[in-house]
Design a protein around this ligand. Sequence first.
Ligand code: PXL
Length: 258
Amino acid sequence: MKTALSIAGSDPTGGAGLQADLKTFAAFGIHGLSAVTALTAQSTHSISTIHPVPTDFFADQLETLLSDIKPGALKTGMLHNAGIIDQLILSIKKHELVNLVVDPVSVSSSGTELIDNEGFKMLRDRLIPMARVITPNLMEAERLTGLRISGESELIDAAKRLKQMGPESVVITGGHWRKSETVDFFLDGSEYDFFRGEKIKGEFHGTGCAFSAAITAGLAIGQRLKKAVHDAHLYVLGAITSAFRPGSGASILGSGGF
Ligand code: PXL
């Protein structure tokens, strides 16, 4: 069985973060490995507390794991601070890890900051250039580039600007200018593509985590990136269609019918 590694925060609702990544890997038949960056206390409404893992313990998690198992691909979610990112970069280099998917998680859908300012700068300047693909949503793409994105031509400009920051390719998720449609935009070298889907009403938790984890699973299987992005787009549409509401806040994704 192939393996993929998630480096992310814990979300007790299972809707986002580490738990959502592992569920997505499993849906693709991939065994999930994980290293926790932070613990959150949260419900389907909000996050009450974040408890970051001490950097030296995070280093121990990664080094102990990677001295034994080399994942076929890895993804990052909530990274919280610069100390965690610095250690992650050291381990990626030391173990020559490939197929790095960076989801530049910045703020939760309920509005809580999931990375501090110094961490965000390090993510932008040092981790993103190492990525096979980055998967910002519109808001994260705006924060990374300083551009306003209010239509498809600006979306393309922002993706080009992100590509100049050094990753091999870029997907910006969640364009929503037409009432009935959402758009994911993929830029790979000079090739680009729009993946369009029907907009489904409701508030869904963890769509970005599931999308980037699905791409990571595809890369771990050995798929070409464009195929992995295409399948991830379909997976998330299916997972939204089968979403459910275990609490009284946001809905949580189903398993995407894969
Ligand atoms: O969806 C972003 C996200 C990532 N990781 C963790 C989270 C959230 C959002 O709540 O809690 C741990």
